[in-house]
Design a protein. Sequence first.
Lengths: 412, 469
Amino acid sequence: MTRTHSTRFLRYAVLLAALPAIAGCDDETLMPPEPAGGDLFARYAAIGNSITAGFQSGGINDSTQRQSYAVLLAGQFGLAVGREFRVPLLASPGCPPPLVNAFTQERLAMGTAGDCNLRLPPVPPFLSNVAVPGAAVIDALTNLDADSDPNALTTLILGGRTQLEAAAEVAPTFVTVWIGNNDVLGSILDAADPGNPALVTPPATFATRYADLMSGLDGIGSVQGGALLGVVQVVGAPFLSAGLAYFAAAQQIPTLTVDQNCLEVGQIPGGGPEDTAVVFVPFSYGAPLVAQASAGVPTTLDCSVPQVVSVAETTNLILAVTQYNAAIAAEADARGWVFLDPNALLGQLLADPSAIRPFPAFPPDPAAVEAPFGTALSRDGIHPSAGTHVAVANALIQGINAAYGTSVEPVQ
Amino acid sequence: MNRPSARVGAAALLVGLAPTSGLAQGFGVFEHGTCAMGRAGTGVAAPCGDGSAIFFNPAGLAAIDRLTLTGGLTLIQATGSFTDDLLAERTGLDNSPIPVPHVFAAYPLHDRVTAGLGLFVPYGLSTNWPADFDGRFNGYDNALQSIYIQPTVAFRPIDIIQIGGGLDVVIGSVKLTQRLDLSEFEAVPGITFGQLGVPFHTDFADATLETHGATGVTGNFGVIIAPHDRFSIGFRYLGKTTLEYEGDATFDPIATGIVLPPGNPLAAALGLDPAQSLPLDLVLNGADLFSPGAPLEDQTVHTRITMPDQIVVGFALRPAESFTLLFDYQRVNWSTFDVLSVDFENTLTPDREVIENYEDTDGFRFGVDIEVSPRWDVRAGYLWHEGAAPPQTVTPLLPEGTRNELTIGFGWRISDAFTTDVAYQYIRQDDRRGRVTEGPPGQAPTVDLNSGLYTFKGHLVGFTVTWRP
């Protein structure tokens, strides 16, 4: 072979040899496919409180967590729950275990309200649902402020981070925020003085904290859209029953006397003629009285005691929530985000006696143990049932599709 | 204050000691002579005349008819990255160029017998990831060297057959640096900090294992048969050897900066006031985990790694006087690397078995060597081989996979006594999904842990000087 021939052969050999190396070795198909729901829903984080976390029937565990509207929403966004949308799952029976009977306070697996099972291993690499039961707006911003009210679940879910910090780690493209209920609910749940105005976050303070939260979300830099849910008018929760309901019950229970002060009604300042405030009796206070009377012990319900929510307290609660929601709506408007007022949904449910039934309802519902407050509420009379989570998710989807021109399918 | 248990956390050390290299299957290195490197490492049937036959096929040493002294270096510049699925964030390797030396000496004792001595590094690695890389809990600053020193004898019983063999004395060292993840660490027996909410991948200690001087013995044997002066076939076998490493494991605490809010369950478990916030570092410092006698004290550690055996067969065809075509097939029995055991001296520090389950690999090499002038040779080659790591064991320590490699080289006979060779090799590895974390202790990893994409490329430059006085 001549040198010329050798050189030519070499050139061909090198080119031939180069082909496999030059041919595609980078394989984009090995990366996850484009998000099924589009870039807007590539990464979704849910900020919130007990409802978003999946708290039901006074408890939370991995089963109730999976029923959260946030989890349902993630699925409809095309995110694989457990891989692309991570939930800080709590071991069953829960922390605490959910109630199985509202009247006896029996809990799952014979647990108690003080039981707290820990997180299920393994630890997920990131969290998408960062909501913490009991969190007020300030708790999403800081765990250590004097006004913060962290609890065991704050640590179990966030491990020292705030909701905002945990959400930022996901670099979410879409967020939902449903927080603020506990800025007013704590007042309702105060056993000594439900409705105590001192336990209601002043609306101006609420607005400032909520704005800080939204600024924090803006600061993440990855968020392309979101939905803000308003605060529930907590006096609409069947955990509270109007004095009128007890008055009606007294007609069926001869040994139960309900004072006239339980029928007091007041006009809500700034509202229409139909906007009235009434006396509310918490289930935790009224149920034992009804049980006692039903057992034949003469019992009187006096609505002037601190354990009953007075008309003035009811008015304060309603006005606070109204102002909260105005602030939340303004934040949503400023960003072009969805604002969903859950009270519209609550109103629809209140119109259906099987969905929400105040205590004490007569004649007794045969399903009272299963759904003592109606099918829309879980057994604590405050937190939505699994079915209501579906309704919330679908209401959000409707709003999101309208705002962003998307076509997210509703939850079936 | 109660002391958190170390069962899981300390065991995370050395979860994947498997080293990574940029060159051949697994953590193999094949560039031990620039002449052979230029032709894609082929030559089992016709080794280069620079003494590198001591590695490529000891039988080839029999063809050396005068004292030959060779020294050289291969510089390896590896580039790679990991792109995570969640954020599509890319983290690149921080590797500096790695020098890999080779030294060979050959001396004909008789016209049919040649002796030689070689030093080469057939198994080695170095990987450096940024210290904030998500895979730092598998290892972020790692190095492994297995230096083979091989006295060799080759002879030619008849003209068409050469036989050679050598005894390899192997000297190994390992360095591995990784972070420990507090979320895997037991706060109290049976309960990890992760179950208490401590986030995934919370650094709380930096762990380093460093060993030197592990030794092993094996052999390298080969045969070349040349039934025609323009055609030869070759075979060689490099045996496996298991190196027992003993070294130092050191643990340095890292502050987590985490403050658990009031109401946290850890305070109650430790008998502290649950109404107060709790700096986690206070708990860890109080637990005295790093002091003598504690689970994370600096201590002696033992491990063992088997350098696998490998078989190469091939042929060389010389269709023209100045033109040689070469083909080699190589199989490396990486399946010997199935479980990695790490034994800590402190009984409080749990030992660990990491399931690797490497797979045997096949590689194919094609080379051409052309004598374009009395003083110049031009070489080129292409090789393909599989990755040894199975899909569930592609980690920061060994993010390897199927590779295509291209080589080119030049040989210059400066004088009758001096020859220099230079070569360049380009490595392009198929992108491969992998992981940056271990699964639960005691469980074999699965592909479900894979959370991103590894890429790898390499540029190698070799330079060798041969002196034949």
